[in-house]
Design a protein around this ligand. Structure first.
Ligand code: CBF
Length: 785
């Protein structure tokens, strides 16, 4: 267990007291929700001294400021208890009152402050920074309703507002850190005079590191009206209009990713991004100056990371604050900003690389546009290679802006970084060789192994002692266990217990291979490839084929405006309804779509998985982090050579990975053939039959044309090469069947994956950023460096 440096915890005494103080109820009548509030309050008290000490200890040291529009943190209290070494004590203190800690922790809402990998990565990074003892702030927005809560109606995705803030257990309001942010207006003599103002209110979430010795801060900005209430308007009878300012300000952070198919949505998103950047950069400068820093020495004390292009406005904002408000010469301001800033690219999909219309930018951020023009002109003049312009065809290309204004730009897996250099950033890479570096993603083993898989953690503790959680590469020391049948049995016993736990929570059947495909629903992630294979498998079983009994589990959210992704969800559910009801096959094939995929559901699903589906079109998934979590929890991958799959396969061994599909290079060539889909379909009777069943309404008898467009899309355009990869995917899946049919072989594969995936720890990734991007060190005496 981690060293308990937290004030001698007497949770047995404090929890009931706090229950009465916070909720006015006695222990014997308290529901789990009331206990959760009490636990949150006690935790804040326990974390407080560590947090304050960390801030004091970091004074004068270089800080990392991680700017991200998403922080998919998941429930926080369990993690905090574990990292502080208070988990067992909390369990015992509650058990005295007949209450289960698990039930109490389940009362904490899972904040949907992110959409997918990029947001979850940011959360892992903060925890690793805290565990390694690095002074660090995460900066994000406090979305009132997060992404959305997903439910299914008739197999269709329905989006509802997520009301998570009713029980935000750990955050602390910091009014002294509030910032006022301006928009629009005009520029006179190089000075910006905004015409609108919004207050960014600071809410701090503590992120204690492993061992309870250090704590990072997640500072979330909540917008509020600068002038919330117009008394004169109210008294004149316009009672609602008098509060309009408040409604407008709150709209800024009501939801993550407001629909941007219209101008109002675009403006809202741009304002969100600027709100984050303006408040955070102001806060970074305030901290620096409060510690006696000057503009010139900012790069010695502040590393500012832009998580994707979303916070790219941090660059012109920092230049503005230095040049306009502190009188630094423009060229010098740009140089200082660049020395502080780093940019992480997370995707090469053209539609995901932000480009803001110039008109909108001039209207909302006129001074920033002037500065961007200045940056662009200077960059053009300084680079004889002429790599292209940040402002191009009426839009501001935020990827290029972030690149030009960063001293380091990184990709998130070896393949992705290589593709960055060869495709989207080819010109900029030639102009600035050495600026692009790779930092392969990672995940925190505290949450994604110790926390979500206590059975497996106990096995490791027994064999290695608890220290592996900060050094997961030590799991390789257990490789001799690959030849120990008894140990392999115990490992698989844990897997079965995790499947029973999932069954208890979600009603999934046991006794089947758990084949799990969970992530955002997107064509490039190819849930529809898996679905077509499911249909083909069902057809083959009905024809008398023999295959390992499988439960195909899908989960994930589709962006509200992404019609084809929603269509895929509906098709999965329609297929599930037919397949699950078929008495001829239901003992060998089941399909489940689990609604409302979030961090908490992932924590249940991943440890229960036998097989990890990572089947994106090669070249499209920047890295993936789910792939790492599955491998770490002992689920071999069926996957393409895409993103970090490539490195996972290298680590776990090719013999423990079910590879299929075109490589990134081959995929690019294949796509260039105008009739690539037709060519693949004509030679695959199996694919033709599965597509035909979907297209003719075999799974939607009441509405035969329901899935015709999905099938037609594959037949006609198939940009993501579902048809071209289908047969090889089928082959790989049959190899899975054969391996699974041999329990000893499967157990070895599962264990090899688990023991060899320690490299994919976010601690390793963070050390890479510390050395190659941020040039920061842990505070003396802390961290395992
Ligand atoms: O790098 C983290 C993740 O980011 C994404 O989710 C993203 O939002 N662009 C990518 O799609 C993932 O491949 C990547 O792992």
């Amino acid at each position: 267990m981690p060293k308990d440096t937290v004030a001698a915890a007497d949770l047995g005494r404090d929890l009931p007291r706090r229950l009465m103080a916070e909720r006015g109820v006695a222990p014997e009548e308290a529901p789990p929700g009331a206990w959760a509030v009490a636990l949150g309050s006690v935790l804040r008290e326990r974390i407080g001294p560590v947090w304050v000490d960390a801030r004091r200890g970091a004074r004068g040291a270089k800080h990392v400021s991680y700017l991200s529009m998403e922080f998919l943190v998941g429930r926080l209290m369990g993690d905090a208890l574990r990292n502080l070494g208070l988990f067992d004590e909390a369990e015992e203190a509650l058990a005295v009152h007949g209450v289960r800690l698990a039930d109490v922790l389940a009362e904490e809402p899972d904040p949907a402050l992110g959409n997918g990998g990029l947001g979850r990565l940011a959360a892992c990074f903060l925890e690793s920074l805290a565990s390694l003892g690095v002074p660090a702030f995460g900066y994000g927005l406090r979305y009132e309703h997060g992404l959305f809560a997903q439910s299914l109606e008739g197999g269709r995705q329905v989006e509802r507002a997520d009301h998570w803030l009713h029980a935000d257990m750990l955050s602390v309001r910091r009014p002294a850190r509030d910032v006022t942010v301006g928009f629009a207006g005009h520029v006179a003599n190089g000075a910006w005079h905004p015409s609108e103002f919004v207050d960014a209110r600071a809410h701090d979430v503590p992120v204690p590191g492993w061992g309870g010795e250090w704590c990072a801060t997640l500072r979330l900005w909540q917008p509020a009206a600068h002038e919330p209430f117009d008394l004169q308007q109210f008294n004149a009878g316009d009672h609602v209009g008098a509060q309009e300012g408040e409604a407008r300000a709150r709209a800024l952070a009501r939801v993550l990713y407001p629909e941007d198919g219209h101008e109002a949505g675009q403006a809202l998103r741009l304002k969100q991004e600027y709100l984050l950047c303006a408040a955070s950069v102001a806060d970074v400068l305030r901290r620096h100056e409060a510690a006696g820093g000057t503009s010139a020495d900012l790069p010695d004390r502040a590393a500012i990371q832009m998580n994707d292009t979303h916070p790219a406005l941090a660059a012109p904002e920092l230049v503005r604050l230095l040049a306009d408000e502190r009188g630094v010469e423009m060229g010098e301001a740009i140089r200082i900003a660049r020395a502080c800033l780093g940019y992480t690219n997370h995707t090469l999909l053209p539609e995901a690389l932000e480009a803001w219309p110039e008109g909108l930018m001039w209207h909302l951020l006129p001074r920033h546009m002037q500065i961007i023009c200045e940056i662009d002109a200077r960059h053009y003049a300084e680079t004889p290679q002429r790599p292209g312009s940040v402002i191009d065809h009426g839009v501001v290309r935020m990827g290029d802006l972030a690149f030009v204004m960063s001293h380091r730009v990184n990709g998130v897996s070896a393949l992705h970084t290589d593709l960055m250099k060869r495709t989207v950033f080819e010109g900029l890479h030639r102009a600035h060789p050495g600026r692009i570096v790779n930092q392969t993603n990672g995940v925190t083993p505290r949450r994604w192994l110790r926390g979500c898989n206590p059975g497996l953690a106990a096995l490791y503790d027994e064999a290695l002692g608890p220290g592996w959680v900060m050094e997961p590469e030590r799991l390789r020391e257990l490789e001799p266990m690959l030849d120990d049948a008894g140990w392999l049995d115990r490992f698989m016993e844990v897997k079965r217990a995790n499947q029973a736990r999932l069954a208890g929570a979600c009603g999934t059947p046991t006794g089947f291979m758990h084949d799990v495909h969970v992530k955002r629903i997107h064509e490039y992630k190819r849930q529809h490839l898996n679905l077509l294979e499911t249909i083909a498998l069902w057809q083959d079983l009905r024809d008398g084929g023999e295959h390992a009994p499988r439960l195909k589990i899908f989960a994930g959210k589709a962006a509200p405006g992404y019609a084809l992704a929603k269509e895929i969800i509906r098709a999965i559910n329609d297929v599930a309804a037919v397949v699950n009801a078929d008495p001829a096959t239901r003992d060998r094939l089941r399909v489940a779509f689990l609604p409302d995929y979030d961090v908490s559901l992932a924590e249940l699903l991943i440890p229960a998985a036998d097989l990890s589906e990572q089947i994106s079109t090669a070249g499209k998934e920047a890295s993936g982090t789910g792939n790492m979590k599955f491998a770490l929890n002992g689920a071999p991958t069926v996957g393409t050579l895409d993103g970090a799959n490539v490195e996972i396969r290298e680590h776990v061994g090719a013999e423990n990975f079910f590879l299929f599909g075109l490589t990134a290079e081959e995929a690019m060539k294949r796509r260039a053939l105008p009739d690539h889909a037709a060519r693949a379909i004509v030679v695959s009777h199996r694919l033709e039959r599965a597509l035909d069943a979907l297209q003719r309404g075999a799974f939607s008898p009441g509405e035969p044309a329901r899935h015709a467009s999905l099938a037609a899309d594959i037949r006609r355009s198939d940009h993501f090469l579902v048809a071209s990869d289908f047969d090889d995917y089928w082959r790989a899946q049959r190899e899975v069947d054969a391996a699974f049919a041999d329990p000893a072989r499967w157990a070895r594969m599962a264990v090899a994956n688990a023991l060899r995936s320690g490299w994919f720890s976010s601690d390793r990734t963070i050390r890479g950023y510390m050395d190659e991007v941020w040039n920061v060190a842990p505070v003396p005496g802390l961290g395992s460096r």
